[in-house]
Design a protein around this ligand. Structure first.
Ligand code: PBG
Length: 332
């Protein structure tokens, strides 16, 4: 970026515009509002709410609680909720059979939430990891995560979610070709208005640790996800991933994790001019909360500043476990 010539000091004193709250608000380049947030929510198949130890303040919600939360989201002005299921170990197998159960936890929750609060968008994660006994997002053959057979399963999963009333299908599996396959299947099944938000540039990250506890896949995971999720050293590859998903029919794209990858957010937003989202993942949530609980960070300021950073980087919105709390802080 080249700047026009600036007046020299003291004609130009940049602090003039920072002298009072009203003038800071007046010249603020980006803003954060409840409408920028997608509430990341963990579901479970029991009763009530269960705390997640590694994520203080986050609870797994029952279907009934999730429906109440959808009503709360509407009142808070939070446009959408992304759901992630904790699946009992006894229901997991190598094939992720439970992922395509139309009466499974995700489908029942989607229906209950849409019934309770139809104005709130519901987003479902497409990946097999909550449902497989090996904890991977795809299928394993001869010790390898196989691409094309996994895509077939993911398409079935997406269709079951769309059937349940899901508004946004969000493939997080990082298999090649899955967005095209899902888009094609949705069109063919009459779901032309169901949106796809692709986890387009998703990295093999240590920051997903607490999530795996939250959904109960931590103990299950065999090995790592480096053959399908991206290498944290790469940035050009992120543009190729995003370009491919857009060409395949993604309506919105996502970068994940969030705060450590704001450089990727900026490049993606500038390059493609598509609605670009970032996921402030479980590890980011845990870090902020741990520091705040030790008295090392001002909790509420740090939450809002971390979310605002995504807007400044070029995001249309942020998927976050802080969404309801941040919306309340923003005074919705
Ligand atoms: C599943 C999935 C993951 C997350 C969202 N969807 C974990 C992973 O890929 O291992 C992470 C969310 C978080 O850490 O908050 N594919």
């Amino acid at each position: 970026m080249s700047l026009p010539p600036l007046a020299a000091y003291p004609a130009l004193r940049l602090r003039r515009l920072r002298q009072a709250d009203w003038t800071r608000r007046l010249v603020r380049e980006t803003t954060l509002a409840p409408a920028d947030l997608i509430w990341s929510m963990i579901l479970h198949d029991g009763e009530g709410r269960l705390p997640v130890a590694a994520m203080p303040g986050v609870e797994r919600l029952s279907v009934t609680e999730a429906a109440k939360a959808a009503v709360e989201a509407r009142a808070l002005g939070v446009p959408a909720i992304a759901v992630f299921p904790y699946i009992d170990g006894a229901r997991k197998d190598a094939y992720g059979t439970e992922a395509t159960n139309p009466d499974g936890l995700v489908c029942r929750a989607v229906k209950a939430m849409k019934d309770a609060s139809p104005e709130v968008g519901i987003m479902c994660d497409v990946a097999l990891d909550p449902f497989t006994d090996h904890g991977h997002d795809g299928l394993i053959q001869d010790g390898l995560i196989v691409n094309d057979a996994s895509v077939e399963r993911l398409v079935q999963q997406a269709l079951v979610q769309a059937e349940a009333g899901c508004d946004i299908i969000a493939p997080s599996d990082m298999m090649d070709g899955r967005v095209a396959a899902i888009r094609h299947a949705l069109e063919a099944a009459g779901f032309q208005d169901v949106m796809i938000m692709a986890y387009a540039a998703k990295y093999a990250s240590a920051f997903y640790g607490p999530y795996r506890e939250a959904i109960g896949s931590a103990k299950a995971l065999v090995g790592d996800k480096k053959t399908y999720q991206m290498d944290p050293g790469n940035t050009d590859e992120a543009l190729r991933e995003v370009a491919l998903d857009i060409a395949e029919g993604a309506d919105m794209v996502m970068v994940k994790p969030g705060m450590p990858y704001l450089d990727i957010v900026r490049r993606v937003a500038e390059t493609f001019s598509m609605p670009t989202f970032a996921f402030q993942v479980s590890g980011e949530y845990a870090m902020l909360m741990a520091a705040a609980q030790n008295g090392w960070l001002e909790e509420e300021r740090a939450i809002l500043e971390s979310l605002h950073a995504f807007k400044r980087a070029g995001c249309a919105g942020v998927i976050s476990y802080f969404a309801p709390r941040a919306a309340r802080l923003l005074g919705a």
